[in-house]
Structure formats: C-alpha cells, structure tokens
Design a protein around this ligand. Structure first.
Ligand code: URP
Ligand code: ZN
Ligand code: ZN
Ligand code: ZN
Length: 486
C-alpha cells in the first residue's frame, strides 16, 4: 500500500528516545516509522527539524462564562487555531456549570460550540458548581459514561466554590463513576479576607491581587483537598501549582502513596508578582489566579517537575481582552477585585517551554514531550491515541524548527485576547507545520483547517482515575461496627 504522507528525515522524539526516522501516515493514523520508507503520495521534508507528538493542553477555558459571568474572548475556532499555531493538537477545555444550571444541558451546549468551531480534537472536563442530589446521583454517572471522565471543582470564587461537604459528595460520585477529580485549590476565606482588608486600606491596583492570594491559601487548600480525597480514596489532579510550599504538600502526599497528580503552567515558571506592578491598570494584563509568585517559586516548580512531583504543564488559557469587554469591564481604573482573572496561553505554552527546556537545555527534549503531551494524554486516558509518535496513534504531529528565533509580539497571536503577557520575549524553536489526524492544519503562517474539523474524544477514566483500593481506617467497615460508607 502506498502511504498517504511521509514526513521524511526528521528527528523524532518520544518521552524516552530521540532518533532520526521517516514517519508514514495512512489516513488519520501513523502507519510506519523507519528509515528509507518507500515514496508516498505526498512528502514533507523534515531534515534538520524535530518531529514531535502534538501538544496536549489539558486545562483551557474556551468560550466559557467566567466566575463573574463574563464570556471570555475566544471562540472554539479562534482558541483552537491559536493552539494549533503553537503546536498543540488536543485540548481539554471545560463544560462549566454555574449554580442553578442542569449539567446535561451545560455539556450539550459546550458540545455544540466545540463541534461548530474546533479545528483540533478535544475532550471536556465538567465543572461542577452546584452539587445537587440530581447532579451527583444521576447526572455525573450518566455523563461520565458518555465519555466525560473528569470533573473539576473550584474551592474559591464566590459563585463557583464548592464547600467541603458537597466536595465530599462530588469526590464520592467521581470514585463511583471512575472519573478523575481536578481542582482549583485555594483557601477562599483567606483570599476574601485579604481582599477586604486591602480594598478598605485603599490598595486597589492590580499588583495587590497578588498580595490578596496569600501564599498559605494554596498549601492550606491542597492539604485539605488531599485529606478529603484520601478519606474517599479518590485520585485527584491539582491544577496550576504556583508556590514552593504547595509543591511540597504534593510531594509529601505522593510520598505517602496517595494518588495525587498536579500541574503547573508557563505563567508560574516565567512570570513573577512583579509583572503585575505596572502604571495605571496595565498590570491587569498579568492578573491570573493563583498569581505568579517569585523567582524562588519558579525554581521550586522546575525542581518539582524534574522530580515528577508535578506531571504536566498546561496553559490555563483564560483570555480576557484589555478593554471594556474584558479586563476593564468595570471602567478604566478598576480595583483589582473587579478585574477578570486569567491569561491567554494556548499558543505560547509550547514555544515558551521549548525555548527553556530544549534550546536552553533545562530538563531536555524527552521531558518536554512528556510534560506537554504524553503525560497529560496518559492521565486523562487519551493515550496511546494521543500524546505519542507510535504506529497506530493518531497522526497528530508538530514539526519544529529548533533554530527559528522569534521575538514575541501581541500582533502575532491568533487568539482574540489582543495581547500576550509574554510580548517582547525572544524564543528559539518554533513549530513550522502541524498535523491533526494526518491533515496538515498549520503550514508556516497559514492555517489550513476549517472550523468544526476537530473531533470530540470520548474517554473513560483509565488507570490514573482508579482508586488505590486502600481504605483509611475511618472508611473500613471492619473497624467501624460494619458501617459501609463507600
Ligand atoms: O485566573 C485564572 N486562572 N482564570 C481562569 C479560571 C481558573 O481559575 O482556572
Ligand atoms: Zn483555576
Ligand atoms: Zn484574586
Ligand atoms: Zn483554569
């Protein structure tokens, strides 16, 4: 059989090996990897390039209502086009319930948006904000069965937060349906109290957003969440770790054999709280939650990535324009509490990390592939279809020019945010062609994919979401007068 396409002569990288090979594609999947493969219908010359699995971005807010009810800047089309330009071929955004909404309707609505717009493949995490009995007993199990095998909860944000007691209900529903539980874990009371004190004192500029998210609010919430997850024996994924203390809580819990996974994001590796300290309201462009911290935290997070305490790096893409529709919705001089939280990040996640990890040599190419593609694909049970260059896998491939130097500018970005917090940075290494299921979706500066060509990826919970099977004493019927609580 003649192959449809061969990517010839590049250096292929996986989490364990880097080797020179041709990659042949038939239809939507990788058909062969080898040297001197026979001619195909079409060839891409990849000599001098790197051939990497497309990125898997497992945390992105797309066409989503914020905590305050603002629609973010991107559509599924603009967000996934920008992701593809940055070498990412799979995204896991959210189907976000707000209080009072029925979860099946929420999931259906986000499906419709993605089906219409997405140019790369996608799955969903279901955000639960309203843990009614119907949501927990009926909707979660039914929707997990339909292929939405991860749930996200917020421990902070006024309109979304889930308190400890309903959180235990959700953890149990996740356990019983075999889903991963992901969390935005920060102590709500500490942040709310800090915000009140800061605003009352007249400290209203964006930089005080970083102060309001006191460091301890992260480690405290991690500890409390991990305790509740251990009680239920439910695996969890802790989103966007920002502090050294938070990373330590995760390391300790993993050392005890708990199934705790964790991610960080480029903003915590490349920005600090000082980036919010700008004249006027400009600092709002760097406002996200949790906020960027210090250089010492950046070092601690790199170390945690290197040790395996943190397994993935996602973007947490949460785009709001720097105008009256987004960050400045409350006016040109908002107090920090009035500013929507979040940064755009789908497009630059991989180039920023490639520059740091491959071009500058921190942790190296195999670890880059692992943290940005293979590990998230495995944790969310999309592997081996996604996240690897292997025979039989989807032909989701990014071809990188390791020598291309690019100075980042707002105008270069393909999302609708209108700015990037990384403008002005010089990066080495850039994805020059990107394939999604064998189709060339990015060719240099052209996007060839049409809106709606991305596919929904139904998935079960998989290995990462399986409980350990070790019950804590409190949940052991033999020690509890026969009470069966799980
Ligand atoms: O600031 C952020 N990260 N906004 C998006 C929502 C969230 O907290 O993940
Ligand atoms: Zn979050
Ligand atoms: Zn805040
Ligand atoms: Zn987020």
């Amino acid at each position: 059989p003649v192959y449809d396409l061969i990517i010839r002569g590049g250096r292929v990288a996986t989490t364990t090996d880097v080797f020179e090979a041709d990659v042949a594609i038939s239809g939507e999947t990788i058909a062969a990897i080898g040297r001197g493969l026979p001619a195909a219908k079409r060839e891409i010359d990849a000599r001098g390039k790197l051939v990497l699995p497309g990125g898997v971005d497992s945390h992105a807010h797309i066409e989503q209502l914020s905590a305050a009810g603002i629609m973010n800047a991107d559509t599924f089309e603009s967000a996934t086009v920008s992701a593809a330009f940055g070498g990412t071929t799979t995204v896991i955004p959210f189907a976000a319930q707000h209080v009072g909404m029925k979860l099946p309707q929420v999931v259906e609505d986000y499906h419709a948006l993605a089906k219409k717009g997405a140019v790369i493949d996608y799955a969903f995490h279901m955000i639960i904000a309203d843990a009614t009995k119907e949501t927990v007993d009926e909707h979660i199990p039914a929707l997990v069965k339909q292929g939405h095998a991860s749930i996200k909860i917020f421990m902070t944000y006024d309109r979304l937060k889930v308190d400890d007691e309903p959180l235990l209900d959700i953890l149990l529903a996740a356990r019983q349906s075999g889903a991963m539980l992901c969390a935005h874990a920060e102590n709500h009371g500490i942040i709310a109290w800090m915000v009140k004190r800061l605003l009352a004192g007249g400290y209203t500029m964006p930089k005080y957003h970083a102060v309001s998210h006191a460091r301890v609010s992260e480690a405290e919430a991690f500890t409390r969440l991990i305790g509740m997850a251990a009680l239920i024996d439910q695996p969890i994924m802790i989103f966007h770790v920002s502090t050294a203390e938070g990373a330590k809580v995760i390391r300790d819990s993993r050392g005890q054999g708990l199934k705790v996974f964790a991610e960080t994001c480029p903003q915590y590796l490349f920005l600090t709280a000082d980036d919010l300290d700008k004249p006027g309201s400009e600092g709002a462009k760097w406002m996200c939650s949790p906020p960027p911290r210090t250089h010492a935290d950046q070092e601690a997070l790199w170390q945690a990535l290197s040790l395996g305490d943190l397994q993935t790096i996602s973007s947490d893409h949460a785009p709001y324009r720097y105008d009256e529709t987004g960050k400045l919705r409350a006016g040109p001089n908002p107090n920090f509490k009035q500013v929507a939280n979040g940064l755009p990040g789908l497009e630059l996640r991989l180039p920023l990390l490639f520059d740091a990890m491959v071009s500058k040599g921190r942790l190296g190419l195999e670890k880059f592939v692992e943290l940005t593609s293979t590990a998230p694909a495995k944790i969310y049970n999309l592997h081996p279809r996604k996240g690897s260059i292997a025979v039989g896998a989807d032909a989701d491939i990014a071809i990188w020019d390791p020598n291309r130097e690019v100075t980042i500018a707002d105008e270069m970005m393909h999302d609708l945010t209108g700015y990037t917090p990384f403008a002005g940075r010089k990066l080495k290494g850039w994805p020059v062609s990107v394939l999604s299921r064998g189709r060339v979706v990015i060719d240099g500066n052209k996007c060839l994919a049409s809106a709606g060509s991305g596919k929904f990826l139904a998935r079960s919970g998989g290995e990462a979401a399986k409980p350990t099977g070790r019950l804590v004493a409190d949940m052991d019927p033999e020690r509890n007068f026969g009470a069966q609580l799980l």
